[in-house]
Design a protein around this ligand. Structure first.
Ligand SMILES: Nc1ncnc2c1ncn2[C@@H]1O[C@H](COP(=O)(O)OP(=O)(O)OP(=O)(O)O)[C@@H](O)[C@H]1O
Length: 378
């Protein structure tokens, strides 16, 4: 355990032992009453790596984090592993540090809070201050050191909470949506500070987030959790860019779903609204232009909404609705009327190779009206 400049990868003893340093679980199952909240057969986060856990509300992300940290109040079965061995509460208490969505600080100053984790681990006040000070510097807290935490903003308090967690040099760092509610500048600064602080350190970090950008910025690996199950897990860039089914596609912002009937492709495709556009000027359009272009999709215009710097256009097709997001204000231009025929061009679509017919059908909005039933005169 050392200050931010100490760095250090896995210890030689850990490397020689051949055991996987970090945290993991086997056959983890969490239940509340009759309800299964979570089922994870196997998950490992090695020392020095960060795993982002991404999922919709209620997916079980916090449940997973608490279970891994032996902090759950639910019925938990299976094994939690710390450095390859079954974890016990005393071992885990000394191994982990947690940062929650809403920082929980003790009464007192910023400095007293930052050193409290070290004091809890039995360190003298003087030694704890010495140990914590480099972290206070790294996270920009020195000017706040003597401030009473009751006067801190949420962002400042979260910075204290993160610094306190890092200062103990945890083997395992659990972050539960640590940037929620922060303004974009504070968030960007804190993400950069955290990334720099974790770089090269032998900490296994698990971060729960709803945000793809946070996962990209901080995590080498990402797991997509839906309905208490990990649906995809792998290197972050791969997972975020290659959803495997309709649910993970939606989670990752690929909200337009195009079945083979619409595209003529062998697999269902998914695309982001920002890559889905009305074809506004047919004479200029060259079919098949670009390697990843999908053939134009016919539909009827359902509605247009001005969103400041962009215009959203909802289009009904024979197989559900598509959302187009155009940069700028389209409403002043010559858009077809509501109910009018339009064609949609989709770029950078991804194939759902693993999707079967049933999965796909479930992904398409079955409530979307057929364009013919929507058509209005003029
Ligand atoms: N005591 C309980 N009894 C029954 N269900 C519970 C209990 N506690 C939590 N749950 C359910 O467990 C599921 C997972 O909750 P969890 O807080 O882990 O989700 P999450 O993915 O972190 O959600 P969010 O993104 O909204 O924070 C939810 O559907 C929640 O309603």
């Amino acid at each position: 355990m050392g200050g931010p400049s100490a760095g250090g990868a896995m210890s030689r003893r850990e490397a020689e032992s051949g055991r996987s340093a970090g945290i993991g679980c086997r056959d983890l199952c969490v239940r509340a009453g009759d309800r299964e909240l979570l089922s994870v057969p196997e998950l490992d986060v090695a020392s020095g790596r960060t795993l982002a856990v991404l999922g919709p509300n209620g997916a079980g992300k916090s449940t997973l984090l608490r279970a891994l940290g032996l902090l759950s109040s639910h019925r938990v079965s299976g094994r939690i592993l710390l450095d390859g061995r079954p974890a016990t509460r005393p071992l885990m208490r000394h191994a982990i540090a947690a940062v929650l969505q809403r920082p929980i600080l003790r009464r007192g100053t910023v400095a007293a809070n930052v050193i409290s984790g070290l004091r809890f681990r039995g360190m003298s006040r003087r030694e704890a201050r010495l140990r914590a000070w480099p972290w206070m510097e790294a996270l920009g807290l020195v000017p706040f050191a003597d401030r009473d935490v009751r006067g801190l903003s949420i962002g400042e308090a979260q910075r204290v909470s993160i610094t306190r967690a890092l200062a103990v040099g945890p083997k395992v760092l659990l972050l539960d949506e640590p940037f929620t509610g922060l303004d974009s500048t504070t968030r960007a600064d804190l993400i950069a500070d955290l990334r720099a602080a974790l770089s090269g350190r032998p900490t296994a970090t698990i971060m729960v987030t709803h945000d793809r950008q946070e996962a990209l910025a901080l995590a080498e690996d990402t797991a997509l959790l839906i309905g208490g199950r990990i649906r995809q897990h792998g290197p972050t860039t791969e997972v975020l860019d290659h959803p495997s089914d309709a649910d993970t596609a939606r989670l990752l912002g690929y909200t337009n779903l195009l079945p083979p009937a619409l595209t003529g492709r062998p697999h269902p495709l998914v695309a982001r609204p920002e890559h889905t556009h009305l074809i506004l000027d047919p004479p200029d359009f060259v079919a098949g232009q670009g390697d990843d272009d999908v053939r134009p999709v016919a539909g009827t215009l359902r509605r247009t909404v001005a969103l400041g710097i962009a215009t959203r256009v909802d289009v009904d097709t024979v197989a559900g609705s598509l959302t187009c997001l155009h940069p700028g204000d389209l409403l002043g231009g010559s858009l077809p009327p509501v109910g009018g025929d339009v064609r949609v061009r989709v770029r950078q679509a991804r194939a759902l190779d693993g999707a079967d017919g049933n999965g796909w059908t479930a992904g398409v909005r079955s409530d979307a009206p057929h364009p013919e039933t929507r058509r209005r005169p003029g």
